[in-house]
Design a protein around this ligand. Sequence first.
Ligand code: HEC
Ligand code: HEC
Ligand code: HEC
Ligand code: HEC
Length: 295
Amino acid sequence: MKRALVGMICLTLSGGTLAASIVDSKHNLGNIGGNTANRNYTDATQEVCVFCHTPHGGSATHNGEAVAPLWNKAVTTSTFQTYDSLGTSSLKGSVANVGSVSIACLSCHDGSQAMDVMINQPDSGGYTAAGASLGGTWTANGAVDAATGKMLTANPIPGVGTDLRNDHPIGIQYAGGLISGTDHTNASNYRNPDFVAAAEVTINGNQIWYVPVPASNATTGLANSVSGSQISPVAGTRNKTDMALYTRSVATIDSGRAQPYVECASCHDPHQANTATFLRIDNTGSAVCLACHKK
Ligand code: HEC
Ligand code: HEC
Ligand code: HEC
Ligand code: HEC
């Protein structure tokens, strides 16, 4: 049954138009591929993944937590101001230190280091634990300082900077955390009741949580889509169109109990070139927001 389903999905995809790839997107910082009028890129390499991933020697952890797979950048050492410091009376969840996948994103988006600084450069040799620049010339397109290769932060987007008080909270417990029990799939346990129940699966012995995004939104009835095409998520596993939640254990929050947090990549998939702004699904009808929030 599972096999038949997978087969069907492949057929559906190959029947459609060729999906855009990260190569066509603003996350391609290399001197290869199209869309150059819209991109910032360096002439130093024709590789694409290398700005973020390396097959060997990446920075696996930060404060003992996984950052992002095979991460090829030393993570930012900036000090951040976080959303909870605003003290809004509506916020229920506790906020963790900036870490997990968010610190990977912020290693470019806080403007602290050049975007061609990497741990393991293309080709033989070129490994530097602290990271080193490729030393090429940047073609800048608004968001990047051509002289330094760093993201500009005068505007809070796309250079998010280190003041995260004007950004959707990250490193935040899902749904305000639990007011009772340990079951995140039961929404009546949530401290903030206005949230869609999370799903939980165990993969390779790791408990992971996510917010399942069904084919249509439960509140609006509108189709959830990518590039205008309705999604067909597979049940019982995390699809890339689901809102990812990231497992963290933070000593100061619920005595370090492992639990799901919202991070940058909960809403964004950094490879998703078929939606605007790398969102996991199109935000038509505020589908991204309503995937988690019951409003
Ligand atoms: C701009 C940074 C960036 C670039 C460039 C990039 N990735 Fe990623 N990648 C990430 C981040 C961040 C994650 C973790 C995201 C998550 O948790 O979903 C990730 C996760 C992954 C994963 C595991 C999760 C998944 O979505 O499957 C794979 C596989 C992967 N990347 C492959 C690639 C390949 C292959 C390329 C080049 C064609 C590439 N990436 C380019 C940032 C990047
Ligand atoms: C290697 C550097 C790098 C990393 C790491 C990185 N980005 Fe980016 N990102 C960029 C650049 C460069 C742009 C293009 C900015 C522009 O031209 O507006 C960009 C643009 C974006 C945009 C706006 C896209 C658009 O169409 O306007 C989003 C959203 C984004 N990044 C999210 C993320 C998230 C989330 C992560 C982590 C999962 C991440 N980025 C990691 C370099 C990076
Ligand atoms: C709760 C969901 C959510 C989280 C978490 C989130 N974003 Fe976004 N982000 C969005 C949405 C939705 C948009 C599109 C906004 C729009 O259309 O103006 C966006 C837009 C952006 C843009 C492009 C803005 C522009 O108008 O050019 C960047 C860059 C970005 N996000 C980076 C990040 C980074 C880095 C993080 C983590 C620090 C992050 N996002 C966390 C939902 C989120
Ligand atoms: C991945 C799940 C998720 C998505 C998607 C999401 N949010 Fe949130 N949002 C949260 C969580 C968790 C909180 C913290 C709730 C709490 O602690 O009370 C939050 C908090 C907020 C708050 C309240 C902050 C406060 O001070 O009380 C606003 C406003 C908000 N989100 C708006 C949005 C909007 C608008 C979107 C779509 C662009 C969005 N969210 C998408 C999970 C999400």
